[in-house]
Design a protein around this ligand. Structure first.
Ligand SMILES: [Zn+2]
Length: 277
């Protein structure tokens, strides 16, 4: 997830209120794009593009490639072709990846390490919000060794945006993605992070881990601003979830960019979660 950084005075508060759930904050300069994409080979960029993901702002990180702000594509993602017959280029609905968490009902453990206490509280809040939906997929906070591990990283703003957190998608074996990274840089959450802001970002990252794509993946400018940018179906798939709206969904927890506040599940999000899990 990302957050757009705004420097103008006057409009700043208003704009921040409508800002993005990207797990990053970023500037939109050509320099940034060139700088980040130049770290990646042409063949890998083609693989990313073939999968339907935008290569804009793609960057090499530990474990794979970060695209569209907060989505980690692993080598497995890049080399495994989608087997879903339903992949479609979407408009403004809820989308999931081809791979989902399997072996339901199931409880996935989540732990946190080397982060301030407020991140632990936020992780437990996020878990409680999922579990309150009574899905067949539940989460349990454990002190260490969770199947999803929340860790920190420190990265300053780039290109007008800052990454708030990042994660990835379920494996082909049907396990959730195993790591969520949260940015401890003060430009992300300030020096005294708001627990509900952290909670909402963790909810969002957990959503990726269990197979949710961005609600506005068809055009992340919807929540992030800037130029229109379709994230594409990619090889991880973009499968429409029945019963979710075909119109823009302003308050979805899976919008690409954060609004800087506490964004939890809206009614359509709950429909999508109940449909899958
Ligand atoms: Zn995201």
């Amino acid at each position: 997830m990302k957050k757009k950084l705004l420097f103008k005075t006057g409009f700043a508060a208003v704009l921040l209120a409508s800002v993005l759930f990207a797990c990053t904050k970023s500037n939109q300069t050509a320099d940034v794009k060139l700088q980040t994409t130049s770290e990646i080979s042409a063949s890998t960029l083609k693989s990313i593009s073939d999968l339907g993901f935008s290569t804009t702002e793609a960057r090499k990180v530990d474990g794979g490639y970060l695209v569209e702000g907060d989505i980690l594509l692993t080598d497995e993602n890049l080399t495994t072709a989608s087997t879903s017959p339903n992949v479609r280029i979407a408009e403004t609905e809820q989308y999931r990846t081809t791979n989902l968490v399997k072996n339901l009902p199931r409880t996935v453990t989540v732990s946190i390490s080397n982060l301030p206490a407020v991140y632990g509280t936020a992780t437990q809040n996020a878990i409680a919000r999922y579990n309150a939906l009574n899905l067949t997929l539940k989460f349990q906070f454990v002190s260490s060794g969770g199947q999803i591990q929340v860790v920190g990283f420190n990265q300053g703003p780039s290109g007008g945006y800052i990454t708030l957190g990042s994660s990835g998608f379920p494996t082909s074996a049907g396990n959730p993605y195993s790591q969520i990274k949260m940015n401890t840089n003060a430009a992300a959450y300030g020096t005294n992070p708001n627990v509900y802001y952290l909670t909402s970002v963790l909810q969002h990252e957990i959503g990726h881990c269990i197979g949710f794509r961005h609600t506005d993946y068809f055009n992340r400018a919807y929540s992030c601003g800037g130029a229109a940018s379709n994230e594409g179906a990619s090889n991880v798939g973009a499968v429409h979830i029945p019963g979710t709206p075909s119109g823009a969904d302003a308050a979805s927890w899976m919008l690409a960019c954060s609004n800087g506040g506490d964004r939890t599940f809206n009614a359509n999000d709950k429909i999508a979660l109940n449909y899958l899990y």
